[in-house]
Design a protein around this ligand. Structure first.
Ligand code: CIR
Length: 266
């Protein structure tokens, strides 16, 4: 029974990786100053604690100086209850992160497979809903990768659909998130795109677009600090929020979802 109520937001486990000092060399679209490894690790510790408080067992992998963006573990892999899929990140400096996370996935899953072919997919482009998995084409996720990934998900019994990430948006999930219980938080551009059909959506208030990337984890929605209007609309939609600092992650285009792989092993 691959699709099920809560697939996209009920979790038992997470994998994270401590930010390296080399995160100062991390990729970014616009330079707003380098993140500090030390300050990022403090924010990361709060993030791990919030996942634990939400009921998860969290594996915290050691920092990897050779890969500046390696704390963004969501991008090199994708996890489902049946197993983990090693992806092929779509930028050269990050491709090796899939091999680096393999052992941690093998420690939790009996089944760990690689995405077939030679196309590229970043996990940040994959939005899991309870009844469908959306894969956004982006500067990181190409058609070959998305089609191969969708075919693999279909073999595993999941409905997968390929969509377009709006121009200028790094990852599909930079602009939308599952809030659970059939509701999606998204920017107005994403809502207008029609990707979500007649699903219920909550619109991110204008000038708070960064806060479109939140994560629902069991009973709470983790939201970034500094976006009070978004927190208000999420709460008004009936969800309980926990606010977390992401100031260092943001300097290298990172948000809350990218900092963990979340899955359920029940
Ligand atoms: C990158 O450009 O790959 C990193 N600096 C940020 C990755 C953020 N990941 C995500 O949104 N899934």
């Amino acid at each position: 029974m691959p699709h099920r109520e809560g697939l996209s937001w009920r979790f038992t486990h997470a994998i994270t990786r401590v930010p390296a000092d080399s995160v100062a060399d991390g990729l970014r679209a616009v330079d707003t100053g380098n993140p500090s490894g030390e300050a990022f690790r403090a924010e990361h510790a709060a993030y791990v604690n919030a996942l634990k408080a939400a009921g998860l067992t969290v594996d915290v992998l050691p920092q990897l100086e050779g890969f500046p963006d390696s704390c963004f573990v969501e991008d090199p892999a994708f996890c489902l209850p049946e197993g983990a899929i090693l992806l092929r990140p779509g930028t050269a400096s990050r491709e090796g992160e899939a091999a680096e996370i393999r052992a941690a996935l093998e420690a939790r899953f009996d089944t760990v497979v690689e995405i077939p072919g030679d196309g590229h997919v970043d996990g940040g482009d994959v939005l899991t809903l309870d009844d469908e998995i959306l894969i956004g084409l982006s500067a990181r996720t190409d058609r070959r990768g998305a089609d191969a990934f969708a075919a693999l998900l279909a073999e595993w019994g999941y409905n997968a659909r390929v969509a377009e990430t709006p121009e200028g948006v790094l990852h599909f999930k930079t602009a939308c998130s599952t809030l659970g219980e059939g509701v999606i938080l998204a920017t107005n551009v994403m809502i207008d795109s029609g990707f979500f059909g007649d699903r219920k959506t909550v619109q991110v208030p204008e000038d708070e677009e960064y806060a479109a990337n939140v994560i629902r984890v069991n009973d709470v929605v983790l939201v970034p600090e500094g976006y009070p209007k978004t927190r208000d609309v999420v709460e008004a939609a009936g969800f309980k929020t926990v606010v977390l600092p992401t100031h260092e992650a943001r300097k290298v285009d990172g948000g809350l979802s990218c900092l963990s792989l979340r899955f359920s092993l029940d």
